[in-house]
Ligand binder design. Sequence first.
Ligand code: UD1
Length: 429
Amino acid sequence: MKIISVVGARPNFMKIAPFIKAIRNYNTQLNPEIIPPSGGTEGGPSLGSGRGLKAIEHILVHTGQHYDDRMSRSFFEELEIPEANINLGVGSGTHAEQVGNTMIEFEKVLKAEKPDWVVVVGDVNAILACSVTAKKEHIKCCHIEAGLRSGDMTMPEEINRLVADRISDLLLTPDLMSSENLRKEGVPEEKIRFVGNIMIDTLEANREKAEKLDINEIISKNIIQEVRGAGYGVQVSPPSGGVGGRFSAGHRALCDYAVMTLHRPSNVDTKEILEPIVRFITNEVCEERSVIWTIHPRTRKMLETFGLFDSIFKIQNLILLEPLSYLEMLRLNMDARVMLTDSGGLQEECTILGTPCLTLRWNTERPVTLMEHGGASVLVGNNIERIRSEYHTALEKPRMPFSPELWDGKTAERCLMAILENREGPPTS
Ligand code: UD1
């Protein structure tokens, strides 16, 4: 069997890494002479006896939507993802450009490679482009992380999810609510398989490594250069402790800090929305504790466009970082007092780690992460009153880790089993 799996943008990488490991394990069990790069079979339940079965041929395609080292390469290195076999090089652009160029290039790959299955993960533009192209080439398509619905058609990701789920042959869901969403949309039962959350496989596999990272070093390594230039930066800390500059020894940044990430167009593309959020952080939160803000390229561009970027350098207690690697972000999350974010993945990671999470959105496609379902997240939209009130409530909350059903670090194997059991493919409608 030949599988092409597709990645395009940052959140895809931590979802595909365990799937590729599961394929490697499967092939190793069929032929123990194939030693995976990291050695051994990497644990987990047996994927089959191997007798009479052929190894899976796997091709990794990167659409190239994210291309910076910090948005792409660092994840390949840390998560031991093999170099993509094919990079479509679509780069940045409008959604139509990204989707159109991906389809044109991916069609050529499919015609040349003729895979049995195309596997897409998550909700970025790649899944729309590649699922449609696969189906037009009569190739079976599997969507990992199917069934999530925000109900918000202004989100580009919601359109991507709806299209990919409507046409895919196998829909692997992270939670039971997502399976139910698919049923309500009339998806035949045989296409739906509840497998758990594949991104948590990556979290569990990397927890120990992340724990060993030093927060001072993460800050020193990633602080935005202009901050150093302005004389507000972190100096490299001596091995025994305290960081220099405005984060002198014993500074609150080390034991009591908030982490913020923002990148959704709905939060960052409009000055009237972004500026009050920035002012709340700088005028109120930074008065009480350090805020570590890892700045996404889109957000940086918009802060510069709105003339806000220069002013935030001068804020005491605001630590501006470049986009972090997977392990670095996980480390910061582990000890954060509170997370402020519009990322879907962080809502999930905060739930597992128990970090109180203010989700700066009005809706979520991941309700299982909400406090009313046992998770760590509360929706605060971009209304400052609401953000302020929930921020103070969050500070009172103890850390309460929670694992939804099947978020157990073994989802990738269940994904692969589901594909193997559907070798001939379920009925397509
Ligand atoms: C994309 C995904 C979003 C995901 C996010 C995580 C879609 C529709 N959106 O949004 O679901 O949560 O990734 O990051 O697929 N840029 C760089 N370097 C890069 C890539 C992008 O500087 O390596 C800049 C470009 O100026 C670009 C901007 O970032 O215009 C936004 O990138 P884009 O690919 O359009 O989408 P994201 O906002 O990153």
